[in-house]
Design a protein around this ligand. Structure first.
Ligand code: CO6
Length: 453
């Protein structure tokens, strides 16, 4: 019996995925749980293990092709069945090649497709993923040229449309089409008639001049962006230019207390928890204290509402050889130093071995990024939407600083110093709150015992 390999459901909001690589050729053996193929979704790249031991009888979906969750992508079976597979394939799962429409469902058209209402037409023109993208970017789908089957708008169509900065308010299809130089218009996310959304109401954004990437005769090498690169680029432009008015503050923090605690307890900690103790769990603990003291920094904006998140889910930026990803330590406020270290190290390890699932990179309420590992002084990062603040950790280095003793006498001492930057969204976080939030973190790092002594 041939075994159908099905595109897995990687998370509630994931409707489709793209095959990046097959790890076996047709006819080759594979063991259970060995990586069979790699996929990319809008949230995460992942390696998919083989569900059984056997021979790869057929590959039904080529590399770079996007199919809905639940599609049969390959067949596995015994070596004796090799060569018989294609005959058993039902029409609904015929091989999908690069010529097939990327976003069109593989299954036959449903009765929904006969619906002639606007919503019905939009449904037939696009996959759930494309509609979600349209919703997020306030794009009126009727204005996006569709190159898919029967004029469906594919994800690539949508990406190309967004890359041109060509979003438009939903329901504004009568408005003149934006020219290539137009900046996206500010528009509501949920209620088209509401005056505000994630974006700044009434703010006039100057158009971005299009500058050619290279001139005639210039020596260049052009390579297409990876899917992850495109997503990062899109998210950064969206956050900084369309949604959040960024403001920055930088604090100088003496990390000598943390460095001492770490050196003193490191060995026992690692024996007890079975994981390394870096600076990050201390920083996470201090950040949690700051977020508890100033809940607005752990909030999001939804139209005219401020949504205070009741859980503290810390996103931690993890650098990858092929980009950057932000896995989330969920319910971080319920974890002690050991729990934070374990969770962080596990997520970072699995991010680097492509073993994260989309749910592990969603739901963050605040993000910490530590470019200090690369030796920077401090950075001013871009807010990870829909959050309203992100903190950067600069390099921790020994510096001469003025210290004052209990008698008021000054001296110059060598201390482990760090600059930490906070980028915050001035729609709901004012400078005074941001600085008080950072003061809580500074105090905790400089004087806290972190449950270690
Ligand atoms: N200063 C000095 N030394 C550090 C620092 C800082 N800030 N952070 C870590 N380290 C040390 C750490 O103590 C380890 O050394 P040992 O003491 O010898 O063990 C070593 O560097 C390696 O740390 P590791 O990466 O293993 O663990 P850590 O828990 O500190 O960090 C991580 C985990 C996932 C956050 C980190 O590995 C990482 O990926 N950081 C980069 C994140 C990133 O790329 N962010 C985007 C950068 S761009 O934000 C940006 C604002 C702009 C500039």
């Amino acid at each position: 019996m041939a075994f159908d390999v099905v595109m897995p459901q990687m998370g509630e909001s994931i409707a489709e995925a793209t095959i990046l690589k097959w790890h076996r050729k047709v006819g080759e053996q594979i063991g259970k749980d060995e990586t069979l193929y790699e996929i990319s979704t809008d949230k995460v790249d992942a390696e998919i293990p083989s569900p059984i031991q056997g021979v790869l009888l057929e590959i039904l979906v080529d590399v770079n092709i996007t199919v809905p969750v639940g599609s049969v992508v390959a067949r596995l079976g015994d070596a004796s069945e090799f060569g018989k597979g294609a005959a058993t394939a039902p029409a609904a799962t015929a091989p999908i090649s690069a010529l097939t429409s990327l976003a069109a469902p593989v299954h036959p058209m449903s009765t929904e497709d006969d619906d002639n209402s606007l919503e019905g037409r939009l449904r037939t023109m696009s996959s759930p993923l494309v509609r979600e993208m349209a919703k997020q970017h306030n794009v009126d789908l009727t204005r996006v040229p569709g190159t898919g089957q029967q004029g469906r708008v594919t994800k690539e169509d949508m990406e190309a449309f967004l890359a041109k900065g060509a979003s438009a308010p939903v329901g504004a299809s009568q408005a003149p089409a934006p020219t290539s130089g137009d900046m996206p218009r500010m528009a509501p996310t949920h209620d088209p008639s509401a005056p505000t959304m994630g974006a700044v109401p009434g703010l006039a954004v100057p158009p971005i001049a299009h500058v050619p990437a290279f001139g005639a005769g210039e020596r260049v090498k052009v390579e297409p962006m990876t899917r992850m690169r495109k997503l990062i680029a899109e998210n950064m432009v969206n956050s900084k230019l369309r949604v959040s008015p960024h403001v920055y503050t930088v604090f100088e923090i003496d990390m000598s207390n943390v460095a001492r605690l770490r050196a003193k307890h490191r060995k026992a900690f690692e024996e007890s928890y079975g994981t390394k103790l870096s600076f990050m769990p201390f920083i996470m603990k201090a950040v949690i204290k700051g977020l508890q003291a100033f809940p607005v920094v752990n909030a999001s904006v939804d139209g005219d509402n401020i949504v205070y998140k009741q859980d503290i889910n810390l996103g931690i930026a993890v650098s990858l050889d092929w980009g950057l990803i932000v896995p989330v330590v969920k319910h971080a406020d319920s974890l002690n130093l050991g729990g934070l270290a374990r969770s962080l190290n596990d997520l970072a390890d699995r991010a680097r071995s492509k073993k994260l699932v989309p749910d592990e990179i969603s739901g963050g309420t605040f993000t910490i990024t530590n470019p200090g590992v690369f030796g920077d002084i401090f950075g001013l990062p871009i807010i990870n939407q829909p959050q309203v603040a992100i903190q950067s950790i600069g390099g921790i280095v020994k510096r001469p600083v003025v210290v004052t003793d209990a008698n008021g006498s000054d001296a110059i001492a060598i201390r482990q110093m760090m600059y930490s930057g906070l980028s915050f969204d001035h729609r709901i976080v004012d400078g005074a709150v941001a600085d008080q939030f950072m003061s809580v973190i500074k105090k905790e790092l400089e004087t806290g015992a972190f449950g270690l002594e």
